[in-house]
Design a binder for this molecule. Structure first.
Ligand SMILES: [Zn+2]
Length: 346
């Protein structure tokens, strides 16, 4: 199926999938040097195959590889960077959160001579699925939040600008190898910069990238259920409406669909991937609740421009819950599709 063969209200995911129990156990062993390089590749391939299979079984139209090789969204990306020195986390015990991360200190201009690892993700995805899929990468500013301003850099904006160049090279390589759907993920941090600069950074990442659809997921953070920042997209407008992104992928469900009116009110020309699964909530939404949330979005966004997805990546959920929520997402979407096609037929 090509992306153009997608149904109305296509369902998708933001990126990461729930980690299987055995993979948590494998990571422990990998961390202590108990796996060889071939064992790691086999383990990661199996994890991707499971993430793909679960998404297909749930009926998701445009899937991902579950970011199974990433070990926590952005953590593994740092292994590709040269010029950075790891700094011990400032807090190591108790609740895991944003202050428990390893930070990095630049001692020279950041480089990634071997790329960022997504080409092998693309190659393996093609082996294990015939469905359309997206490849996702963290955005430059999100990566920069874990890098201190030192060495050749005066501030995070300069760091993010260099990272944007590296991301651009990766996205160009992905598109050249035939990846059609490419996404950047950013945690919105309104306190760091003017939205115009956020848009400039995104556009720099996608400069000259011949993708069919450019996605931009912006959320307020989901690490262990914690958000990060004031939960409003309004300050991003109108700047974000002129970004080169074809689709903005936003979270709504955990905010009880607040700001669902923005598309109509601000006449946003983009597609919207609307988050209708609340991942900071342990219950499984009923298909009826998902359908209600989609109908709410349809009051503001034309059906032709509306996609349906969870609020964020699913990596912070147990797998049984992630799978059940995806099933509800698909079932709820199918209810609304039936209503739409019924209306069109009459
Ligand atoms: Zn997110």
């Amino acid at each position: 199926m090509t992306a153009s063969a997608l149904p109305i209200l296509p369902t998708s995911v933001v990126g990461s999938y729930a980690i299987p129990a055995w993979l948590w156990a494998a990571w422990e062993k990998i961390g202590t040097g108990g796996f060889g390089a071939m064992d790691v590749v086999e383990t990661e391939n199996d994890a991707v195959a499971i993430a793909v299979h679960d998404q297909e079984r749930a009926g998701v139209d445009l899937i991902s590889d579950g970011e199974m090789r990433r070990q926590g969204f952005i953590v593994s990306i740092f292994k590709y960077f040269h010029g950075l020195r790891a700094i011990e986390p400032r807090r190591k015990v108790g609740i895991l959160s944003y202050d428990g991360h390893v930070f990095y200190e630049p001692f020279e201009r950041i480089a990634a001579p071997a790329g960022l690892g997504t080409l092998k993700e693309l190659d393996y995805l093609r082996q294990v699925t015939t469905r359309p899929f997206k490849i996702t990468l963290p955005g430059p500013l999100t990566l920069a939040t874990q890098i201190t301003k030192s060495g050749p850099y005066r501030d995070r904006v300069e760091i993010a600008a260099d990272l944007a160049t590296l991301i651009n090279r990766e996205l160009r390589a992905l598109a050249a190898r035939g990846a059609r759907n490419l996404q950047l993920d950013d945690v919105y941090q309104s306190f760091i910069m003017d939205p115009k600069h956020l848009v400039e950074l995104y556009d720099r990442c996608f400069e000259g990238v011949a993708a069919e659809r450019r996605f931009w997921h912006i959320c307020f953070g989901t690490l262990e259920g914690f958000g990060f920042g004031e939960r409003t997209y309004r300050p991003l407008f109108p700047a974000i409406s002129s970004a080169t992104a074809d689709q903005l992928v936003f979270e709504f469900a955990n905010r009880e669909m607040a700001e669902s009116e923005l598309w109509r009110e601000l006449d946003c020309p983009k597609e919207l991937g609307a988050g209708v699964l609340d991942l900071k909530n342990f219950y499984v939404e009923s298909p009826e609740l998902v359908a209600r949330r989609i109908r709410r979005m349809l009051e503001s966004v034309p059906a032709e421009r509306l996609w349906i997805n969870p609020d964020c990546g699913l990596a912070r959920l147990p797998r049984h819950l992630a799978f059940a929520k995806l099933q509800a997402l698909v079932a709820g979407t199918r209810q609304v599709r039936a209503e739409l096609t019924g209306r069109r037929a009459s």
